[in-house]
Design a protein around this ligand. Structure first.
Ligand SMILES: [Zn+2]
Ligand SMILES: [Zn+2]
Length: 449
């Protein structure tokens, strides 16, 4: 094993490969190839996601103090579902050349060691850090990849690192509570795994703020499951009981429900941005390349216009004013009602009529809103299919079926018949959980018979 500067330093508890790589290459002026050789890795590891990977054992000496067995059991808790895709740093820790796997985890929003809010955006150039692969960690070390400023207020130094090393025990203790919390959430997730199968998490991650849909949904459902629904939830859940009856009786019903929902959204927008009423019936929505004009409009307004373009039949107007008076005719009833449904879960055939349609319109609006707000639409040709509505539908043997649509809360958004909600998430989860238990008992009884 070749000698290198820092080879006698033990890893800090829960240290990520990001700070390890950045520290070793910085102290040794090492190239990517040299590090890979040192760590016994191959050239293919250039794209390795170091910010979400654990510290790499380079030689036995480094590894001995933390105890390899204990560490790997403990590190198995860092499930990719709870990890951020973008680098998150604590100002103080990163100045001490330390980045923790806990910093990447959604359970934590401020570093428990220093009470610093975790940062994902460079404070010098305002650009998001994004994900740091192995190559980027080698190239940028503890600096922003865009402007090369330090990831912390002060440059990262080995003196600060040594101070952190001396306090390694307190690092361990600081994260202990979160370890327990994450264990609980993982256990809840197992019990409610039906949700995991039903939610199109991967597609939703494309527009959900910072790709955290799995964590948000599981946390909310987890709280509810433990009967703590009093706590204000970060998600808006539209939950409703529905009959087994399939599809609307009258086509007209859809148009009426849509009109009502649209009216509520328009009134809310008019109150929020009175200036937008003067933008005419057809404000500019796409540029010549089919890219939405996120630079011109607030995300709420852009979402409304896109929604109208999508749902209405040959819309003459898509702003806050409607050219043709009367009830707008919806055209993509099938798309909202059927395709989304089938995409999300194939065995469902039901449709909860008015509640269902309204929830889908709200869900679609929310997906568009968050995509516009997070810059997902910038510089990108617009494709409807990219904005999947997250929902689930549980068919029950006995009435009622239960439908749900969830999205990150939009402040002040009017929720029509979902305010108050026809069904609370707490009740729905309870009912579904009991269904699951009795199905389980039935199948055990069948096997015994
Ligand atoms: Zn810290
Ligand atoms: Zn920067």
């Amino acid at each position: 094993m070749p000698e290198y500067v820092g080879s006698k330093l033990s890893p800090l508890p829960y240290e990520s490969a990001f700070s390890q790589v950045a520290r070793v290459v910085m102290l040794n002026e090492m190239s990517a190839a040299q590090f890979l050789r040192l760590a016994g890795r191959t050239r293919e590891d250039r794209h390795w996601d170091v910010s979400n990977s654990r510290f790499v054992p380079i030689d036995e000496f480094q590894w001995r103090p933390s105890g390899a067995d204990l560490s790997s059991r403990r590190h198995s808790i860092f499930d990719i579902r709870f990890s951020s895709e973008t680098l998150r740093v604590c100002d103080q820790c990163i100045a001490g050349m330390y980045h923790s796997l806990w910093h990447q985890c959604w359970i934590i929003s401020e570093c428990p060691l220093h009470r610093c809010p975790l940062r994902t955006v460079c404070r010098h150039c305002n650009q998001p850090y994004g994900n740091y692969s192995f190559s980027e960690a080698v190239k940028n070390r503890f600096s922003c990849r865009h402007c090369a400023s330090s990831l912390s207020m002060e440059p990262a130094t080995i003196v600060r690192h040594l101070n952190l090393c001396r306090a390694a025990d307190s690092v361990e203790v600081a994260f202990a509570d979160f370890y327990r919390q994450l264990l609980t959430i993982t256990a809840t997730g197992r019990r409610l795994s039906y949700l995991e199968k039903r939610f199109p998490f991967r597609e939703v991650n494309a527009w959900w703020p910072e790709s955290r849909s799995y964590w948000d949904v599981m946390r909310d459902v987890g709280f509810v499951h433990r009967q703590q629904a009093e706590r204000p939830l970060g998600l808006t859940w539209l939950v409703w009981p529905s009959s087994h009856q399939d599809i609307f009786q009258h086509r007209n019903e859809v148009d009426l429900v849509y009109s009502e929902t649209l009216h509520l959204l328009k009134r809310w927008l008019t109150d929020r941005y009175p200036g937008l009423t003067g933008t005419g019936e057809r404000p500019e929505l796409f540029d010549e390349h089919g890219i939405p004009r996120t630079d011109l409009w607030p995300p709420e307004f852009l979402a409304l216009m896109l929604l109208r373009q999508h749902v209405e039949k040959d819309p003459q107007s898509w702003g806050l004013h409607t050219a043709v008076p009367g009830v707008p005719r919806t055209s993509l009833f099938d798309l909202i009602c059927r395709t989304c449904w089938k995409r999300n879960f194939s065995r469902s055939t039901g449709c909860a009529r008015a509640e269902f349609f309204q929830a889908m319109v709200y869900g679609r609006f929310a997906a568009l809103y968050w995509a516009a707000k997070n810059g997902v639409m910038n510089r990108k040709r617009f494709q409807w299919d990219d904005y999947v509505v997250p929902c689930f539908w549980e068919q029950r043997t006995w009435e009622p079926n239960i439908g749900a649509v969830a999205f990150p809360t939009i402040d002040g958004m009017p929720l029509g018949r979902f305010n108050p909600s026809p069904l609370r998430l707490k009740d729905a989860v309870e009912v579904l959980y009991r269904d699951g238990l009795s199905r389980n008992r039935e199948s055990v009884a069948m096997r015994r018979a």
